[in-house]
Write a protein that binds this ligand. Structure first.
Ligand SMILES: [Zn+2]
Length: 301
């Protein structure tokens, strides 16, 4: 397992915000103590050219010069541009590591799956997973990879699937990949719930809304169906928006999954025969380190 992580991703935060440094600060030593053979890599920042595959130039400028909060959930932290670029860069590197034959996980913040082409929202500034997806699909030796790009995508990936099991609808990812024939996107999420979208499937988008307080088995079955449908599209790369906020003790959702269920998700990935990388999205309970370890160690077994 290759872990992409920059310790500086814990250097920002705001009082009382659920997307807090402790999520990562407490996960790192737990994984390092239990999983001695995993390899840790520091990511690079995503370059403008890479971010521009998913976002507008105006949005990049807005994040770079953030002075007013984007919304109540999404503050204009000092230097948020740096942290958001590192997180997007880690997603790119994790996807490339997967294409290179490794299991890979990006252990970073901020998360990304709510970020829109032109808007930061829901704790998210750049769409890490869409940026990684569009990088994987980019032609080899793309001249636009930018000076910070230390490697280039292979140019051999023509179909990518995105499996999003975060408890919130991946509305940003959906908006960024909808109607792209090279991408299939599936989201399993609480509905009704924030952001209030993701009730219908269409084109290349599969939505699995789950009512609050569901039976665990129904939720897990929906996640399995979503993954099966994605794999039927014969992707050459599977990227996972791994959010752990569908956990029963998560403070901001009303879902019921147990740690074992995240281990089950990891077990399914261990059976997938195509390159796979996962990117951390949400997960706000104090048990997050255990949930991440359950998922990753099962995947790696
Ligand atoms: Zn979430």
């Amino acid at each position: 397992m290759q872990i992409f992580h920059d310790p500086r991703c814990t250097d920002y935060g705001g009082p009382g915000h659920p997307e807090r440094p402790e999520r990562i600060v407490r996960t790192v030593p737990l994984l390092k103590s239990r999983q001695g053979d995993w390899q840790w890599h520091e990511p690079r920042a995503a370059a403008d050219e890479e971010l521009l595959r998913a976002h507008s130039r105006e949005h990049l400028a807005r994040v770079a010069n953030a002075s007013q909060d984007f919304d109540l959930d999404t503050p204009a932290y000092s230097n948020i541009d740096f942290y958001a670029r590192q997180s997007a860069g880690a997603a790119i590197e994790a996807a490339r590591a997967a294409i290179g034959g490794n299991r890979a996980f990006s252990l970073m913040r901020p998360p990304g799956h709510h970020a829109m082409r032109d808007r930061a929202m829901g704790f998210c500034y750049f769409s890490n997973i869409a940026v990684a997806t569009l990088d994987a699909l980019a032609p080899a030796n793309a001249a636009d990879a930018g000076p910070q790009a230390t490697t280039t995508a292979t140019g051999k990936i023509e179909r990518v699937a995105i499996w999003d099991f975060d408890a919130h609808h991946g509305n940003g990812t959906e908006a960024l990949v909808a109607h792209n024939e090279k991408i299939m996107f599936a989201s399993i999420h609480q509905y009704p719930g924030w952001p209030g979208t993701g009730t219908k499937s269409f084109a290349n988008v599969l939505n699995f809304p789950i009512a609050p307080y569901p039976s665990r088995s129904n939720h897990v079955r929906a996640a399995e169906q979503a993954l099966e449908k994605l794999l039927e599209s014969k992707p050459q790369l599977l990227l996972v928006s791994a959010g752990f906020d569908a956990y029963k003790n998560d403070p901001i959702t009303q879902m019921t999954l147990e740690p074992d269920d995240f281990a089950t998700f990891g077990k399914w990935l261990s059976d997938v025969k195509i390159p796979t990388a996962a990117i951390l999205e949400g997960g706000y309970s104090d048990d997050l380190p255990e949930l991440i370890d359950a998922f990753l160690s099962s995947w790696d077994s």
